[in-house]
Design a protein around this ligand. Structure first.
Ligand code: DX5
Ligand code: ZN
Length: 215
């Protein structure tokens, strides 16, 4: 997928805000979403735990939507293959993780998934520069990773302009606190993909919410 044919903002509902007791039904509430954002947490890189490959595999047969898997793991490298096998289409790891980014990107490429890097709010965009040519997307976090339902920090959005200057082909994904109040800032900053957990899954009408966020 290239920016030239990328006409609309894509919405990636984050399953973290879904009802975990009924994930299959929750997925069925968002058929209009271009992809599903799946947050994976290890309790070490972030102070929270979420889901592993088994959960991803269990929802894989519920939908053909793209699985955008966000790995908040101190050591993503040993888990690339299992998340790919579970059905991940895109695999994003944190640049602040402890593994060598070149090796993680190579492992993602070898698995057949598309590689992305996520940056915490305080990590400068310069850190991405050595890897940009190999990336499909960069996730600009607008909250500290670990929890849904936080307030968007606007400062990190400025990174998108620099990212696009260096790597116009790389998709810019904004993650954290995206809702009706904050979506305009994200759009103006040049986001290609908006992750939205609380806004979409805690809404009575996820389709209307996604329409609004798309603009
Ligand atoms: C936070 C996660 C986000 C989160 C977004 O660590 O990476 O994807 O689920 O949730 P909202 O949209 O509620 O901020
Ligand atoms: Zn996320």
């Amino acid at each position: 997928m290239r920016k030239e044919v990328f006409q609309m903002i894509w919405i990636a509902p984050s399953l973290l805000a879904a009802d975990f007791s009924a994930l299959g039904q929750e997925v069925a509430r968002v058929p209009q979403a271009e992809m599903l954002h799946i947050d994976v947490m290890d309790g070490v890189f972030v102070p929270n735990l979420s889901m592993g490959p088994q959960v991803v595999a269990s929802i894989r047969n519920k939908t053909r939507q793209i699985f955008d898997v966000h790995l908040m793991l101190l050591h993503p490298l040993p888990y690339i293959e299992s998340f790919r096998k579970a059905g991940a289409d895109w695999l994003t790891f944190h640049l602040e993780s402890a593994d060598d980014p070149e090796k993680v990107i190579s492992a993602i490429e070898a698995s057949g998934a598309k590689a992305g890097i996520a940056l915490k709010p305080g990590t400068p965009i310069e850190a991405i520069r050595p890897y940009g040519d190999r990336l499909h997307s960069v996730t600009i976090m607008t909250v500290e990773p670990g929890f849904g339902g936080q307030k968007l920090k606007p400062e990190p959005l400025k990174k998108i302009r620099q990212l696009k200057e260096w790597f116009p082909q790389v998709l810019a994904e904004v993650d954290g606190g995206v809702n009706r109040e904050t979506v305009a800032q994200c759009r103006e900053a040049g986001a290609d993909i908006l992750v939205a957990g609380t806004a979409v899954f805690r809404s009575q009408d996820p389709a209307a919410e996604m329409d609004f966020l798309r603009g």
